[in-house]
Design a protein. Sequence first.
Length: 552
Amino acid sequence: MSTARLTPTTASTLKLLSVAVAALTLSACLSGGGGGRADGPNPLAIETSEGKVVGISNDGIRVFRGIPYAAPPVGDLRLAPPQPPASRSETLRLSEEFGNSCPQSDLTTGQQVGNEDCLYLNVYAPAEAEDLPVMVWIHGGAFVFGNGGGEYDPTRLVEQDVIVVTLNYRLGNLGFLAHPALESDAGNFALMDQQLALAWVKENIAAFGGDPANVTIFGESAGGHSVMSHIVSPRAEEADLFQRAIVQSGSYAPFQMPKATAQFLGTSVANGLGCTDPETAASCLRSLPVSAFLAAQGSQSIPVVDPDDDLLPKSIQQALADGDFNSSLDIMIGSNQNEGTLFVALDEVGGDPIDDEAEYRERVAEFFQPYQASIPFDDDQIATDYLDFVDGAAKPFEAALSGIWTDFMFACNAYSQASTFAGASMNTFQYWFRDEDAPWTLVPPFAVSFPLGATHAGEIPYVLYPQAIMEQRYTGDPDDLNSLAGEMVDYWTQFAKTGDPNTTDGVAAAWQQAATGNLLTLDVPNASNANTLGFLGYHHCSYWADPPLVLP
């Protein structure tokens, strides 16, 4: 049983709110080593708050893989808030190896992978660095898959004079299980991990040449949802953990999980695992093998709202409505034109295509089922309306269901959140990623019966993959791909430097703030400004402002 089931899924569908997480390993072959401090003769040796680490050099970039930012969350620290790592007297000599991934089921084989000793981060810095902006990437994966390691290569970002940090955090039941017997009875250990990593960055990044007062957090899907959670977290604001935020396809499920619901589900998980006695449930859960947690896990998890805790006292939606969020931040936020095609494609790849209209309507009903207790959506009318919206599509059922996923889950929420930030007089920049030849990040690149277009996670390679890998998977003109990718890297890094993504050379299109009623369209060969009316019409946002309901 899942610890969180707030957004609609099918078994194969949320193999994904990450393909952001893609199963592609991009580990580069690195070499080098040395001694000294960042400000000394050899910048590969860094003194951190726990002890010295020695990194390696890769084509002029200093790489520090597998730095522990927390004590291993094992034994009494399983299902508990993360603790700082122990101090070390010996030097930690790093290599091309990443730290362990957190326990999860392999996307391809379903087998258990990872290790509970997984709270590691990686630092990528230019050879010479002083007071550089810092970008901290939070990976996606529906909060049940992924890692901050080999899937991502921040080389092109670092080449623009920023420091990039990637990190792991606990996943699934081990990251979110809520239970009255636990000290942190609302779970949310994954969010605590992320905030401890950010605190480590704030304390240590200056030694790598970074500016601890200029940190941008960015993430996609579950990573973007994490970014939104930290934006509304009083604890993160009080600790001043970051100054800027980039939300990539992370606007889904803004109501999150109420604590009472999370504890009910978590208790059900514990009971199913044999930990039924409230007095001994905590120790029982900590004595189980990791495989038991994975076997009891659903296809996604979600952060939990606890009014009595300053980590996440209100849901994203409620905090934005009440104005209770960190309004001192600079914000970049966006979505992809065809987010939903990925989810529909994953079902087809898993052997469950949509065979006829009856099955399509069943899928739409399944999509809305988790919401029906609070909002009585007329799923049959919505299914009819979306068939009308995609009239003429070669694969109408797939196109209509993909459209529902895209518009309801991602696009219209992204616009609403951008509007809230802009209304709070924050520097807010909204994008719309539309390159329909975007490379699919799954490996192998399975064939499906309909075009994916600018699907969920499609924008990640333009910022965090090497050019060679991108070109291998791109079906359009490589020159167009490289042109758009170059602009996106410039926008992302310029935003991290100043809070304004506009480049100083004036070559790329000027990106107007969301308050002007405009957004930036990211499409080949070059980005361009557009009025948000086109976006709202394409995604039927007025429809979702007043959707069909079944009323008594």
